[in-house]
Structure formats: structure tokens, C-alpha cells
Design a protein around this ligand. Structure first.
Ligand code: 9D3
Length: 240
């Protein structure tokens, strides 16, 4: 996958790539990563990428030209036009489904905004979609881009050490994960005995019940889109 990140603060995004799944994917050339800095496409002595908003008000707005030139420069080589995504506080919500969709792309461009926002004409002319990572205020799109990259890169074939754990999240995406335990058996309390029983069917049943309990307690909204099995319904009734 060719991945382009357009940002005036590449070091903020790079910091999260030095280690782990994303770092390894870059090192093994599974991901061809390219940073393009709009500041390199400014003409004035101050290398201004922002200016005051028309109509007045606080803060600054990112200018069209440096961003446009950065996008055009980033796509000079390949013949295919990249899918261009703007990380924006006003975008639609990023999700696992969108991460799976991005993982099937050959070219992906993530554009990070700073300041109060981006001149709308750039958004209208050069951006395919606007995504937010959640309802909280960040100081720019860079950390959001890191989040998107992590979620996408771990889905690429050949990235995960254990391919099974990658499969699992999408298969049971509507339920939260179950509690996990490891050795030693006795430390700050006991390990649930079913996990030591060797009865794989009983273990699976227990884990699914725990997942339903957790989802009910922490994220009841997810239960609306859950595909309920007969056994899930029984577990749910036992919870009431
Ligand atoms: C307090 C500033 N807000 C005034 C109405 C608007 C605003 C402008 C710029 C809020 C955030 C930002 C910078 N954020 C992002 O670029 C961003 C973001 C986010 O803030 N939350 C969740 N996802 C994202 S993706 C990009």
C-alpha cells in the first residue's frame, strides 16, 4: 500500500510509527510511506500556510494553495489517483468498517489540518471524504492520522504475527472482548476455573457470556446492531 500523509508537522505523526505493527510494516516495505509538507510549497519568506479568516473571528485558517500543491506533488508519479481523506473534527466517524475498506486500497492519502480549519474551497475541490475519530477536541489532524494508519496497517496481509487475532475482531465486531488471564494461576485472585477446565465448548460459552455482560455494561449502544444467537438471548435473559 502506498500511504501519503500531508502535514505541516510530520514529526508528530512519525513519532507513533517508530515501533510496533506500523513500524515493522514500513521496515518490511509492506507500506510505502510518503510525507509531504505543505510548507515546502509556499512562496513567501515566512512560508505561511495559514491566514486570518474572512468574516473575522479567532484563530487562523489553512490556505488553499500550499495544500493543493502538496496533494498534486504527492500524486505526480502514480497513474492512479489516490483516495484523499481529510482528518477533520467535523467529519463523519471513522470505524473498523472504514479501516477494512481502506486496507483494500492501493493508494491512500491522509490530509491533516491544523489551526481553526481549512479553507472550504480546498475541501470541496480536493478531498474525497472527511473523517473524525471521535467526539473530543484535538489540536490537529496528526494524531487522528496516526490512529487511522494503525487501524489500517494492522489489517494488511502479512502484517500480523498472529493472523488469527486479526480475524477475530471483525468476526465479533458488535461485541466487546472478554476478560483475559495468564500465568501465574494465583496472583491477586484466582483465574476463573472454566478456563482451566480444558472443556473448549464451555470456555467458548463463558467467553461469549462475558462479552455480552461487558457490552451491556460499557457499550449498550453496540447491542442494537448485534446479530443475536439463541444462546446470546438466553445469556441476556439471565443478566436481567
Ligand atoms: C475548539 C476549536 N473548534 C471551534 C469550533 C473547532 C476545531 C478546529 C480544529 C476543533 C478541532 C480542530 C482540530 N482537530 C482536528 O483536526 C481533528 C479531530 C478532532 O479534533 N477530534 C476528532 N477527530 C479529529 S480528526 C481531526
Amino acid at each position: 500500500m502506498r500511504l501519503t500523509i500531508i502535514t505541516i508537522m510530520p514529526e508528530v505523526v512519525k513519532a507513533s510509527f517508530s515501533d510496533g505493527v506500523v513500524g515493522k510494516a514500513i521496515a518490511s516495505q509492506l507500506v510505502e510511506l510518503q510525507f509531504v509538507n505543505p510548507r515546502d510549497f509556499t512562496e513567501d519568506v515566512h512560508q505561511s500556510v495559514d491566514d486570518r479568516p474572512y468574516g473575522g473571528g479567532p484563530g487562523m485558517v489553512m490556505k488553499v494553495e500550499p495544500l493543493k500543491d502538496a496533494v498534486n506533488f504527492s500524486e505526480r508519479a502514480p497513474n492512479s489517483r489516490s483516495r484523499r481523506v481529510l482528518l477533520s473534527a467535523t467529519g463523519t466517524r471513522f470505524s473498523q468498517k472504514i479501516a477494512e475498506e481502506f486496507a483494500r486500497e492501493s493508494d491512500l492519502t491522509l490530509i491533516c489540518g491544523r489551526y481553526e480549519g481549512i479553507d472550504q474551497r480546498f475541501v470541496d475541490q480536493y478531498v474525497d471524504e472527511e473523517l473524525s475519530i471521535g467526539d473530543f477536541v484535538l489540536s490537529g489532524g496528526e494524531l487522528a492520522a496516526s490512529v487511522v494508519v494503525d487501524a489500517v496497517v494492522r489489517l494488511l496481509p502479512g502484517t500480523l504475527g498472529n493472523p488469527e487475532s486479526g480475524q477475530q475482531d471483525s468476526f465479533s465486531e458488535s461485541l466487546l472482548g472478554c476478560p483475559q488471564y495468564t500465568r501465574p494461576q494465583c496472583s491477586d485472585g484466582e483465574v476463573p476455573s472454566v478456563l482451566l477446565s480444558g472443556d473448549h465448548q464451555a470456555i467458548e460459552r463463558w467467553r461469549r457470556q462475558q462479552s455480552i455482560v461487558r457490552t451491556w455494561q460499557n457499550r449498550p449502544d453496540l447491542l442494537l446492531s448485534h446479530q443475536w444467537t439463541e444462546e446470546d438471548i438466553q445469556t441476556y435473559h439471565e443478566l436481567l
